[in-house]
Design a protein around this ligand. Structure first.
Ligand code: ADP
Length: 296
């Protein structure tokens, strides 16, 4: 069963269209990255999935039903939206106990999840004194309380140090390997490339791409050779497989050595022969550039 299914999902705030006619699926057993620039509508979408915001149009189903119709929501879906939005005066353990109690989850589960996220040692410490990384782990512990099949994380690595980032990344991979559906948002392509199996890319609330990460990387970062010459037309004719641009030739099917050998034999001078490997970030910027609200 599809874990999350959004169909023509739309959300307006007055005249602002936060999410527009968005359709996508999140499947179990993989990390689905929800990627888009700031303000693209990622948090709004996640809030609608969790029944915290009502769609203006369309629908989103969790395991086939609207979130509010789930009998035991925390046992189906765990979410981390804003890690710092917790009561600072409580201990980590008491915080989780309160959530467990109000959701009919056995109290014994609390120390289990604290152990899982590596917070067992600080279980009795006040949350108010936690670092951002510790707060993130506590938020993840809360999401795991009901042992849910579906996990939703909104920008979980924002502001974390490299150790914290690596830990979250590894942890999300592990949750997916256990067969769970993991839906995680980020505005960073580089982050998603290392964590996700599948990508749902949005800009200005609209779907831009819904694709496998390997596919996205293969398609967007295909290397090519840029060739420039004062006798470009003749070079193009000789090379045959190139794509001719006004001031250069773009060749994907040959190496620089092959092109250089060919043109040297024909006595054609070259001004440039460069292997170009576009970065993933560049491909993502290219993809979303039309959807940025304010271009600098
Ligand atoms: P993201 O999570 O991708 O950064 P958001 O979902 O937070 O994007 O925001 C999408 C758009 O909706 C933005 O233009 C934002 O200003 C607007 N928005 C979000 N929440 C509200 C709200 N409660 N009232 C008015 N506008 C909102």
């Amino acid at each position: 069963m599809t874990a999350i299914r959004a169909t023509n999902l739309t959300k307006r705030y007055g005249r602002t269209v936060a999410v527009a006619d968005l359709s996508f699926d999140v499947e179990p057993g993989r990390v689905t990255g929800f990627l888009g620039p700031n303000g693209a509508g990622k948090s709004t979408t996640m809030r609608m999935i969790l029944g915290l915001d009502r769609p203006t149009g369309g629908s989103v189903l969790v395991d086939g039903v609207p979130y509010r119709d789930l009998r035991h929501p925390l046992r189906k879906v765990g979410a981390l939206l804003d890690a710092k939005a917790v009561h600072g005066g409580r201990s980590a353990r008491d915080h989780l106990l309160a959530i467990a109690q109000s959701n009919a989850i056995p109290a014994g589960r609390v120390m289990e999840v604290l152990e899982t996220v590596g917070l067992r040692e600080v279980a009795r410490k006040r949350i108010g004194g936690f670092s951002l990384g510790m707060s993130q782990r506590l938020g993840i512990a809360a999401a795991l309380l009901g042992d849910p099949e579906i996990l939703i994380f909104d920008e979980p690595v924002n502001g974390l140090d490299p150790d914290g980032i690596l830990w979250i990344r590894t942890f999300m991979r592990r949750l997916a390997a256990e067969g769970r559906a993991v839906f995680v948002s980020s505005h960073l392509m580089s982050e998603m490339a290392q964590t996700a199996d599948h990508l749902v890319v949005i800009g200005k609330g609209r779907l831009i791409a819904d694709t496998g990460v390997a596919e996205f990387i293969g398609r967007s970062s295909q290397a090519y050779v840029r060739v420039r010459s004062p006798r470009l037309a003749e070079v193009a004719e000789l090379v045959k497989v190139g794509e001719l641009h006004p001031d250069h030739l773009r060749v994907t099917a040959m190496t620089p050595l092959e092109i250089g050998t060919l043109t040297a034999r024909a006595g054609l001078p070259l001004e440039e022969l460069t292997l170009v490997r576009p970065s993933l970030e560049a491909a993502y910027m290219e993809l979303t550039k039309d959807s940025l609200e304010y271009s600098s």
